[in-house]
Ligand binder design. Structure first.
Ligand code: SF4
Length: 463
């Protein structure tokens, strides 16, 4: 099927990493303000099946080691292809392009981050035409309802602008669809195992009120995907008995998680960052991180380039969050989940959020309760924890009442829950599963990520 492609194409290459020193070029990523991938459903007679266009410089004319903007527009048509499928088909770009040897595709939508390795470039992978051909073949094979597929790669920044703006509007419209539907209204949730190539124990549980971590798949998308490809990576989960409505624990979700994670994950709390939180693979849009000194949460999105109020940047905390583990207080989330009434519901919701970047706060202002909105600090208000605490006190943030309650309670030992903790001693590797350690004192020393492609990616696979 891929005879003319100069590198290998196959599942074996999914999850491959391309480090900065090994990369020929970077496309999109944190250094490019505008990048995107978008699928559009078109009328059958308006596109040319198999057409691959490149607008702007092709890979072969790009300077080694540099980064470039990129937009990928996939136009599809078919008698049974509805616009509702756009988000589902779009997420397959991540999967299919990662099959290509030496081609690393990370993240999604407006945030794609791609690297091509020098090795694959030297083997002849020097044009988007090859990437397009692989995607075309896989789309046709895996999704036979697509009667026509046409792909355009745009690297010219001026031509990319209109596509980028169209893409942002399309994502917003998709996200808004699922709002208003409650988890109680449906009997079936959806699971996605697409990221298991990077984080083998991770699955996303996609409900009307808990959007996928990557922000690319809604409950409606899950339903559409499971409908067209029931044996594919997105599948139905009978939600079963509601064990705990506050935490969002369902018997069907627990059974499914256990089966799909090969027994590693046996319980999932959909609306909490503690206990048995939803796992995080690595392509989450943001992190909700617990700040013990304030007994509240900070929230940071991937695009925030500065350090957060706890002194750590997104990339460092992403290492603690990713990898398909359940880590108390480090929780991978999507932006749409932050618009949900169930956002961290069991932990207090927005009444427990104490810090977020100003841009994120502004973006979510229609979804943050007005009662707490002025009390949430941003990087413009505070730069460290003591300043944060003073700010929260001055604004009478709801968490301040928790401090008073804690002061009046008898003192408790420090309990740290850190998922699986590996210990190496005398040539043996001991792993404490779901360990809970009680200590008189805990010293936490931040470790900065050593590679700019590693920290905010799929931590468990970092080599
Ligand atoms: S983050 Fe979740 S929903 Fe998104 S592709 Fe990965 S597993 Fe699927």
């Amino acid at each position: 099927m891929f005879e003319e492609i100069p590198v290998e194409v196959g599942l074996v290459h999914e999850g491959e990493r391309v480090r900065k020193n090994d990369m020929q070029v970077e496309l999109g990523g944190p250094n490019e303000p505008e990048k995107c991938e978008l699928v559009r459903v078109r009328p059958l007679d308006s596109i040319t099946d198999g057409d691959i266009s490149i607008v702007g410089p092709d890979i072969g004319s790009m300077e080694e080691g540099k980064h470039y903007p990129l937009g990928i527009l996939v136009e599809v048509a078919g008698a049974r292809v509805e616009p509702d499928l756009e988000g589902v088909i779009e997420r397959r770009i991540h999967e299919y392009s990662n099959y290509i040897e030496g081609f690393m595709h990370l993240n999604q939508r407006y945030d794609i981050w791609i690297r091509l390795s020098k090795k694959s470039f030297r083997k002849g992978l020097n044009t988007f035409r090859y990437i397009g051909k692989v995607m075309l073949e896989l789309f046709r094979n895996e999704l036979p309802i697509l009667e026509k597929v046409q792909i355009t790669f745009i690297t010219d920044p001026e031509k990319l602008g209109p596509l980028y703006r169209e893409a942002l509007a399309a994502y917003d419209a998709r996200d808004a669809r699922a709002r208003g539907l409650s988890d109680k209204d449906v009997d079936v949730f959806y699971g996605c195992a697409l990221c298991q190539s990077f984080a083998p124990t991770h699955i996303c549980v996609i409900t009307p009120q808990r959007y996928a971590n990557c922000g690319a798949i809604s409950w409606f998308d899950g339903r559409a995907a499971a409908g067209i490809d029931p044996k594919g990576p997105i599948y139905a989960i009978e939600k079963g008995e509601c064990i705990d409505p506050e935490k969002g624990e369902y018997s069907g979700v627990n059974e499914s998680a256990k089966k799909r994670s090969m027994g590693e994950i046996s319980r999932v709390f959909l609306y909490s960052a503690f206990g048995y939180p939803h796992t995080s693979c690595g392509c989450f849009e943001g992190i909700a991180f617990y700040i013990p000194e304030a007994d509240g949460f900070g929230v940071v999105l991937r695009g925030f380039r500065d350090v957060t109020v706890n002194g750590l940047p997104f990339s460092t905390m992403a290492d603690s969050t990713a990898g398909g583990r359940q880590v108390d207080g480090f929780h991978g989330i999507s932006i749409e989940y932050m618009r949900s009434p169930q956002f961290l519901h069991a932990d207090g919701g927005y009444d427990r959020v104490v810090w977020m970047p100003a841009e994120t706060k502004e973006r979510l202002k229609d979804f943050i309760p007005a009662s707490v909105f002025p009390s949430i600090a941003t990087e413009k208000d505070v730069t460290n924890i003591p300043e944060l605490k003073a700010f929260l006190e001055s604004r009478n943030h709801p968490v301040v009442q928790r401090w008073t309650a804690a002061e009046q309670a008898p003192s408790q030992p420090v309990v740290v829950s850190a998922g699986d903790i590996p210990i190496t001693a005398n040539g043996y590797r001991i792993i404490l599963k779901n360990a809970r350690i009680t200590a008189e004192k805990v010293i936490i020393v931040p470790v900065r990520a050593t590679d700019d492609s590693g920290g905010d990616l799929h931590g468990a696979q970092k080599k």
